[in-house]
Design a protein around this ligand. Structure first.
Ligand code: NAD
Length: 417
């Protein structure tokens, strides 16, 4: 099997093997860390609006809990499958260890098309799914959060279902909740803000002045739109943006807040005055200082990596670069800020939310941003130093840092029984 035909879980395992080799990890530790601790597959029968019952399939996977409870999102998507959830759970273990927060890794998903479900059907599906995975979630066990096509409302239903079953309100069972229900201010901008903080540090290392640097952002949802906005606020020149309908380009720069307004009004970025239309493939190969993939997996592949002309790639999305593309970018001297570092701002503020829920004491937005900045800046330098120590790129450096932290925790705890 070539690297380009690996599925997501095989990619995750390939990345683990590389770090394990660099760390000279024992075969015993490899056996523990390479596999997911717990995989739950559930059937979710739901009364449909048109009558009748449909049984959806759902998953919750916990990869590792050596450093604390499992943590990771729940996605609703027609193509969700177990191997994808296992890969994402494993990446969550490494992501939480990279930014040194006391969590393991988990992920969940339901195979469904949320765009075809009514609000009532979504609520019934979410509540029944919660009930099915209830034995393995909880504020001390496994804490879900939003992911693709789930949001704060989904988290409110999970929190309510869990709480009603327990008989008391359990705020800390999920993060990414609405702020009035124990959510944290600053959570919806956290991924992009964290990404900006690591871009700032990367620019210093590359000798790029962020003010006046050119930036390109693929994907204009939560991660991408705020990343564009924050880069613009730091006076970078955002020259191209895109969403699933296509991309826009302007040599002189695009104001992302105007792009947000335009998209709200028309439903698309394409056609924004002062910009020309480009395809997503053209966008990825534009000459720029900073490229932020913030859409989907597998966007930068062996097919287009040779043509990339960015100085820094900051992976706001999970898994946007294939292993083969990684090698090409590394040879070209492109600095890739790996997803487990570049988008870890989201889970970091989820951690702050859980801490606030447990303490019943809530922070203001400036406190959240300040602690997040310190955490992300420190994590960038930890990853950079690890990469230098092992003489590898930043992804392998981050993986070595994370796998080493989890391996140490596992060794200290010992193997039960
Ligand atoms: P989202 O649903 O808010 O936005 C996704 C965006 O990608 C949309 O604008 C969509 O139009 C666009 N898109 C879809 N297909 C595209 C294509 N082929 N080309 C260009 N754009 C396309 O999702 P999000 O929360 O912003 O997540 C985006 C990525 O970031 C995902 O990989 C997600 O796992 C990752 N991520 C998000 C967070 C978070 O807190 N939101 C945290 C960590 C990682």
């Amino acid at each position: 099997m070539t690297q380009e035909t690996l599925n997501l879980y095989q990619i995750a395992q390939h990345q683990f093997d590389r770090a394990a080799d660099l760390l000279n990890l024992s075969s015993d530790l490899r056996a523990i860390l390479k596999n997911c601790k717990r995989q739950l597959i559930v059937s979710i029968p739901v009364h449909m609006d048109k009558g009748g019952v449909h049984a959806f399939e759902g998953y919750r996977v916990q990869h590792n809990i050596a450093r604390g409870p499992a943590k990771g999102g729940i996605r609703y998507h027609p193509e969700v499958h177990l191997d994808e959830i296992k890969a994402l759970a494993m990446w969550m273990t490494w992501k939480c260890a990279t930014v040194n927060i006391p969590y393991g890794g988990g992920k969940g998903g339901v195979r469904c098309n949320p765009k075809e479900l009514s609000t009532g059907e979504l609520e019934r599906l979410t509540r029944r799914f919660t009930s099915e995975i209830m034995p393995i979630i909880g504020p001390d066990r496994d804490i879900p959060a939003p992911d693709v096509y789930t949001d704060a409302q989904t988290m409110a239903w999970i929190m309510d279902t869990y709480s009603m079953t327990k008989g008391y309100s359990v705020l800390g069972v999920v993060t990414g909740k609405p702020v009035p229900l124990g959510g944290s201010v600053g959570r919806n901008t956290a991924t992009a803000r964290g990404c900006l903080y690591v871009i700032r540090e990367a620019c210093k290392k590359k000798g790029i002045e962020l003010k006046g640097a050119t930036a390109v952002v693929q994907g204009f949802g939560n991660a991408g739109s705020f990343a564009a906005l924050f880069l613009h606020q730091d006076e970078a020149r955002v020259i191209a943006l895109s969403d699933s309908a296509g991309g826009i380009f302007s040599k002189t720069g695009i104001d992302p807040s105007e792009a947000i307004k335009f998209k709200k009004r028309t439903g698309s970025l394409v056609g924004m005055p002062g910009t020309e239309k480009i395809s997503n493939q053209e966008l990825l190969t534009l000459e720029c200082d900073i490229l932020v993939p913030a859409a989907l997996e597998n966007q930068i592949t062996a097919a287009n990596a040779h043509d990339l002309r960015a100085g820094i790639v900051a992976e706001a999305a999970n898994g946007p670069t294939t292993p083969a593309a990684d090698e090409i970018l590394s040879q070209k001297g492109v600095m890739v800020l790996p997803d487990i570092l570049a988008n870890a701002g989201g889970v970091t503020v989820s951690y702050f939310e859980w801490v606030q829920d447990q303490q019943g004491f809530f922070w203001d937005e400036s406190a959240v941003a300040k602690v997040l900045e310190a955490k992300m800046t420190q994590s960038f330098h930890d990853v950079f130093n690890s990469a230098q120590t092992h003489k590898v790129d930043l992804r392998a450096g981050a993986m070595c840092l994370a796998v080493d932290r989890v391996a140490n925790a596992t060794t200290m705890r010992g193997l039960f029984p």
